[in-house]
Design a protein around this ligand. Structure first.
Ligand code: KIV
Ligand code: ZN
Length: 505
């Protein structure tokens, strides 16, 4: 069997998404999970872009052992110098350099010519080679680059020493047949192509990222660039779990990855929780409905033989259905065990005690608690340390009544109260909060998501608030969605700054 290399860019292309930014400690947690998952290469960041990215590449290099650590650069010497410096502690290192090759990029972004782009590409690869043996070249917007010119670029950079050539469909424009033809063309027309690994890097703007990546693999690509849960700019990148399970399920690929698929679910949860990026319920492989059978006919069929309606055994991706139910009778040890399975490791005893108390309260309100509930509790518990906290909330709502909310907020120990009406209980409550926190702010995005299914469900609220031209993200979860909404709003406000002073009339 051939080997397909998994290049994970969750911490670079994925982390570029507004609101998904992680601090270095969180990045290390994700990197270690990726290492346990078995990815071959971790793209750790774009070191020249910020001191934070530079530092993260250093710390990730120290934290992981066997995956290659990769740093992104433009085809610019300064970028490459900084990337090489950031990679100094990596046991196995790669520099990923490149430049735009489509007419759009050459004319309108780089104001250059095709020949000059080849010269710059070759110079960048040669320069990177002074620092590391493993140099990957990306031809940005290769998806919209004509194949003949792309082949010239690829041939030149391989001659200059590139060990991997990345063919990104940067704008997610290609259809699978186009992308397949592109990779086939390169395999057949680049004389030195056998000296490098061809890599796919597909974005999902038309929902084709996985299909395009697989089309690339079918035609000779042996590395796929992916992110966990498919996170990434705009519609995202190719989802790691989709490609891995597709090649595992379809033996005709005759290719294998190093992925320990049983860690997929846990890694997906960890990334979703840390990046505040909910997974859509019907997402392939890792959505909460991916293995849920609701119709009677399907349930009956699955009970007779799982393979009647399931192409993947949930256990293969780490879903152990028998361990999903936690109830009020479960003890701390069970809770700790489940948290560890969900990626929340090394939880301090004091924090565990507090989460356990919240857990018992929720277990009294719900018949059983799911993994999502448990993760939400860990997030909710963090409110205790916030400067601004919701202390009290009462809403009057219903049909043909004025929707009124009375709210009390605790700001660094001092209590402030306000009452407001609105066009619904959430609107009234948020207006009441705004009465106290007299700041110029507008809600840009507001998402309420039920975690499980019943009317006793926990609702997760993600909110984006604009203040002084910047976007702040808030999150909360509660069985009461009005409370969750207000807490999510307050969570965002907490992030404005710590010098917050309430308005006193
Ligand atoms: O989408 C893209 O073209 C990229 C490159 C920087 C590899 O992310
Ligand atoms: Zn990309």
């Amino acid at each position: 069997m051939d080997r397909l290399y998994i290049f994970d860019t969750t911490l670079r292309d994925g982390e570029q998404v507004p609101g998904c930014q992680l601090n270095t400690v969180e990045k290390i947690e994700v990197a270690k999970a990726l290492e346990s998952l078995g990815v071959d290469i971790i793209e750790a960041g774009f070191p020249v872009s910020s001191p934070g990215d530079f530092n993260s590449v250093i710390e990730l290099s120290k934290a992981v052992t066997w995956p290659v650590i990769c740093a992104l650069t433009r085809a610019v010497e300064k970028d490459i110098d900084v990337a090489a410096d950031a990679l100094k502690y990596a046991r196995r290192k790669r520099i990923h350099t490149g430049i735009g090759t489509s007419v759009y990029h050459i004319q309108y972004k780089l104001n250059s010519s095709q020949d000059e782009i080849i010269e710059r590409a070759v110079a960048a690869v040669k320069y990177a080679k002074k620092y590391v043996e493993d140099v990957e070249f990306y031809a940005e917007d290769a998806g919209r680059t004509e194949n003949e010119y792309l082949a010239r670029v690829v041939e030149a950079v391989i001659r200059a020493g590139a060990t991997v050539v990345n063919i990104p469909d940067t704008t997610g424009y290609c259809l699978p047949a186009d992308y397949a033809a592109k990779i086939k063309y390169l395999m057949e027309n680049v004389s030195n192509i056998h000296r490098a690994t061809v890599s796919t890097h597909c974005h999902n703007d038309l929902g084709m990222a996985t299909a395009n990546s697989l089309a690339g693999v079918m035609n000779g690509a042996r590395q796929v660039e992916v992110t966990v849960n498919g996170i990434g700019e705009r519609a995202g990148n190719t989802a790691l779990e989709e490609v891995v399970m597709a090649v595992k399920s379809h033996r005709e690929f005759n290719i294998e990855t190093n992925i320990n698929t049983k860690n997929i679910w846990e890694t997906s949860k960890l990334v979703s929780a840390l990046m505040n990026m909910p997974v859509q319920p019907n997402k392939a492989i890792v959505g909460r409905n991916a293995f849920a059978h609701s119709s009677g006919i399907h349930q009956d069929g699955v009970l007779k033989n799982r393979e009647n309606y399931e192409i993947i055994d949930p256990k293969d991706v780490g879903i152990d259905e028998s361990s999903i139910v936690l109830t009020a009778r479960s003890g701390r040890a069970a809770l700790k065990h489940r948290l560890a399975a969900l990626g929340v490791i090394n939880i301090a005893q004091e924090k565990l005690d507090e989460v356990y108390q919240q857990f018992l309260l929720m277990a009294d309100r719900k018949k059983s608690l799911t993994d999502s509930d448990i993760l939400a509790l860990v997030g909710e518990r963090e409110n205790i340390h916030k400067k601004i906290k919701l202390d009290y909330l009462q809403v009057l709502c219903g049909k043909r009544v004025r929707q009124v909310a009375t709210i009390r907020i605790d700001i660094a120990g001092e209590k402030f109260e306000s009452t407001a009406s609105g066009n619904g209980p959430i609107d009234a409550s948020i207006k009441a909060v705004k009465e106290i926190i007299k700041r110029q702010m507008t809600i840009q995005e507001f998402l309420i998501q039920a975690i499980t299914k019943g009317s006793d469900d926990v609702g997760k609220v993600h909110i984006q608030v604009e203040h002084n031209g910047k976007i702040y993200y808030g999150f909360s979860a509660n069985t009461d969605i009005v409370t969750a909404s207000v807490e999510a709003f307050i969570d965002a406000v907490n992030k404005f700054d710590q010098k917050f002073v309430p308005a006193k009339e």
